[in-house]
Design a binder for this molecule. Sequence first.
Ligand code: ADP
Ligand code: C5P
Ligand code: MG
Length: 210
Amino acid sequence: MGTVVTTANKEANGSAETNKKFTVVFVLGGPGSGKGTQCSNIVKHFGYTHLSAGDLLRAEIKSGSENGTMIQNMIKEGKIVPSEVTIKLLQRAMNESGNDKFLIDGFPRNEENRANFESVTGIVPEFVLFFDCPEEEMEKRLLSRNQGREDDNIETIRKRFKVYMESSLPVIEYYNAKGKVRKIDAAKPVDEVFETVKGVFAPASNKVAA
Ligand code: ADP
Ligand code: C5P
Ligand code: MG
């Protein structure tokens, strides 16, 4: 693990100064809570670039990368891919985007994701947007998502909920203790959820403009 972090640090050195200028909002919440849906809306209104860790991992499988089979197996089991892989994908996407404001969706998913992202990139999130949604509602949404995802079946969904409760909620708690969590009731219809989300971003963007 020490080697992994050292290597990643070395690679990040070239972009260390760029990283300092990056504004990052982590978008967290259970599977099916509406992270991707709301991120699309935020992008349109507030000029962020949306980076979904899950989407980047799925693209990596499709690209025929040497990690593809490992990632595919982890996703099928609802397990969290080692941060070394995910952080490299996120760094590459940030550096290639040309933007300096990012919504990082579905990351950090566990303590290992969180601690390594911070030590490798030096980036601390502005805040954490947390979509809070009951499990029954998330399950209903996932089962009707219809995007052909191999993990949107009831067996994998149950595993993903377990990982969320055991590994991801503690990360949200970590940021909550630092006063960084903006909790949104995500059980409402899409438009109503976005109205609440706007209230979180509007003051922040005014501050930047002022
Ligand atoms: P996540 O990225 O958190 O897994 P998605 O944004 O992909 O969630 O949403 C999961 C499914 O639920 C999608 O089919 C989406 O259209 C639907 N959905 C998202 N938000 C809502 C909402 N507020 N009410 C009902 N359905 C929603
Ligand atoms: O966020 P999304 O639902 O697209 O994630 C799908 C899967 O991708 C997760 O269940 C997990 O297997 C993998 N993933 C991961 N590490 C992350 C984000 C997603 O391993 N930080
Ligand atoms: Mg998503």
